[in-house]
Design a protein around this ligand. Structure first.
Ligand SMILES: *Cc1c(COP(=O)(O)O)cnc(C)c1O
Length: 370
């Protein structure tokens, strides 16, 4: 299918009934994660015409609200859906910025290719964020550790029950003020090791950011919660129980010589943008960074021998969160650093500093949105 490239400009239909300043202030005082949404949403439609040419059109910002959709819409039956997760940060001068948005645009398009959805031009992606954040700029929180979480997503809206890529698709962005993903103060989280479920496999959709991967992780997440854990760790049972990642976060190990190790991208690990940023910042600090296979046995033995000194998870939503312990069916692997270890803390502070404008952005990672 050929895709018609055109520069889209967004029309604006302001919300006639936005939240009052008092309501918004009450939400911003304690935003939680993913519970509240701003007054607007950005939308762009995609359609394949009778000649088989696909194109994006009708870019707009409209009031936030329910989506009217045919009950036969393909996304509701076959899960043809992808998404992104990023944040908008308020800097001290009031300007609003986002982090490595080009990487999110590229990843959205690689997810789109895997889920047989149309690619969205990077310029339209960036403009959708600018438009939404500009009109809802008062929703960007300003407290330490807070940001406006942005959720771009793409869904197959065509009403058709045959199985083939949908010819009608909708791209949208919603925004939600966000505090600490795990709630309250930053403290080490407990992780459950599932051996019942896998998140992804060779040739599957593990590299794509798609809702289906998350649906498939929920039974494991319930197992974790039943064990009193906040998140679940997945292994690759066909590869010596190599550590892969958490349900929605990548993982790093800090060794006593300062080396950082993270599982190599093997075709079914999500290419985290926080992951790649941590690798860069660690290298900038002169630390050795290895992307390689690390098995659950190496984790257990490495902690026991004192070779592994810190373990942390990372992703846009949770930033960098220390892992306190890994609970498994055969006992607990406790992380050696109680609280947040020094390497984890230093990289976390630097990353947050770049994002919030207090540390120099040497890599040109920030894009101004408003
Ligand atoms: C989004 C996501 C991550 C983290 O990616 P970031 O770009 O750092 O936010 C890690 N693993 C999975 C499965 C994800 O969906």
């Amino acid at each position: 299918m050929t895709q018609i490239a055109n520069e889209l400009s967004f029309s604006l239909q302001p919300n006639e009934n936005p939240k009052s300043v008092a309501e918004r202030d009450a939400i911003l005082a304690n935003p939680g994660f993913g519970d509240y949404f701003t007054d607007h949403t950005a939308v762009v439609d995609f359609k394949v015409d009778a000649d088989g040419n696909g194109g994006w059109s009708n870019a707009r910002v409209e009031p936030y609200g329910p989506i009217a959709m045919d009950p036969a819409a393909a996304v509701l039956h076959y899960g043809q859906e992808i998404f992104e997760g990023m944040k908008a940060y308020r800097h001290a001068d009031g300007s609003i910025w986002t982090f490595r948005a080009e990487a999110n645009a590229a990843r959205l398009n690689s997810s789109a290719r895997r889920l047989a959805l149309p690619e969205l031009p990077e310029s339209t992606f960036l403009e959708s964020l600018r438009q939404l954040v500009s009109i809802d700029r008062n929703w960007v929180p300003s407290q330490d550790g807070e940001a406006l979480y942005l959720r771009p997503f793409m869904i197959a809206t065509e009403a058709f029950l045959g199985v083939r890529p949908a010819r009608e698709v909708s791209y949208r962005v919603i925004a939600s003020p966000a505090g600490n993903y795990f709630g309250g103060e930053l403290k080490p989280v407990s992780i459950w090791l599932t051996t019942t479920y896998a998140r992804a496999g060779a040739g599957g959709t593990g590299e794509a950011k798609c809702g289906g991967n998350y649906a498939a992780s929920l039974a494991a997440q319930m197992e974790a919660e039943a064990q009193g854990c906040k998140q679940v760790l997945f292994l690759d049972p066909f590869n010596d129980n190599a550590v892969e990642e958490l349900g929605g976060m990548n993982i790093f190990f800090v060794f006593k010589d300062g080396t950082l190790v993270t599982p190599e991208l093997n075709g079914h690990i999500l290419h985290g943008i926080t992951r790649s940023s941590v690798m860069q910042l660690a290298a900038d600090r002169g630390l050795k960074v290895e992307e390689r296979k690390i098995t659950i046995d190496e984790w257990r033995d490495g902690v026991a021998a004192g070779d592994i000194t810190e373990v942390f998870a990372c992703g846009t939503a949770a930033v960098i969160t220390p892992i306190g312990e890994l609970k498994t069916a055969d006992g607990v692997i406790a992380s050696p650093a109680h609280g947040i270890g020094p390497v984890t803390a230093a990289i976390r502070e630097q990353l947050l500093g770049i994002q919030t404008g207090t540390v120099e952005d040497l890599h040109g990672w920030l894009t101004r949105l408003a």
